[in-house]
Design a protein around this ligand. Structure first.
Ligand SMILES: Nc1ncnc2c1ncn2[C@@H]1O[C@H](COP(=O)(O)OP(=O)(O)O)[C@@H](O)[C@H]1O
Ligand SMILES: [Mg+2]
Length: 243
């Protein structure tokens, strides 16, 4: 028996003749925050997209709550409680904030739950409430990330995957976004967090995996990886300042 919500084993994805990821394995236990670290091009987005059913796996397995979901369509995976806030947000820029959020609830079987879910997103992100009738294309970067996160939450997931939520945002905006992620976690949501911002991710994560050229090369408790400067230098290409 395991309390794993999500199990990924030896996952591989190809883009034609090119390798997206070669061999990725990870486990996300219920109620935990797991970080997926790696420099640009390591395969973080490909891994999350393959789990979400947006790109087909070429090998390996994805198991969600005990069931094989590798190769299932994206809507079925979201409907099962596994949502992705994608890199680059992929919002409908001509639609309003509220319309974008409602689209996130398309997979819900019980539409009567939409108003309560909308209220939850607006209380987590008051800026979105103020801007509910504003077109998504006119939002700032931070607000777009809030909207992408909020839209994913509208499917009422058990596990939320976030693809580089800090990318391109000002430090104060990132801090507030991470505070909200902390709140979601305290409310019982399980998170799989892809980040290049290693220090930040290791602060909130329980456990972390490091990807390098499409393979998981290292894993461990977040606190342990955060203390290991060699790990950061060798696998993540970070210049750590000597103290
Ligand atoms: N649509 C695509 N077509 C071809 N190659 C791709 C595509 N998307 C990603 N790749 C390649 O897959 C590898 C992993 O990329 P990606 O998953 O985006 O990494 P990360 O998110 O960690 O930056 C890279 O070598 C990248 O060039
Ligand atoms: Mg990426």
């Amino acid at each position: 028996m395991t309390d794993a919500l999500l199990e990924v084993r030896n996952l591989a994805v190809r883009y034609g003749d090119l390798i997206g990821i070669a061999d990725v394995s990870l486990t996300v236990p219920a109620g935990k925050v797991v970080a997926l670290l790696g420099s640009n091009g390591a395969g973080k987005t490909t891994t999350l997209n393959a789990i979400a059913g947006l790109v087909p796996p070429a090998g390996g397995s994805v198991t969600w709550m005990g069931q094989a979901i590798g190769g299932k369509p994206a809507y079925a995976i979201v409907g099962g409680g596994l949502a992705l806030a994608p890199e680059g947000w992929r919002l409908f820029v001509q639609q309003t904030v509220e319309q974008n959020l409602r689209l996130g609830a398309t997979v819900l079987a019980d539409k009567k739950r939409v108003p309560a879910l909308l209220e939850r997103v607006f209380s987590l992100f008051p800026r979105l409430a103020e801007r509910r009738r504003q077109r998504a294309g006119t939002l700032s970067g931070g607000e777009r990330q809030m909207l992408a996160t909020g839209r994913a939450l509208m499917s009422d997931p058990k596990l939320l995957m976030l693809d580089e939520p800090s990318l391109g945002l000002a430090p104060a905006v990132v801090e507030s976004l991470y505070e909200t992620l902390g709140q979601l976690r305290r409310d019982g949501l399980t998170l799989l967090l892809a980040e290049q911002a290693v220090e930040l991710a290791l602060e909130v994560a329980d456990h972390a995996y490091v990807l390098q050229t499409g393979r998981t090369v290292l894993e461990g408790p977040a606190a342990q990886l955060a203390d290991d400067r060699d790990v950061q230098r060798i696998y993540l290409g970070l210049e750590t300042t000597a103290s």
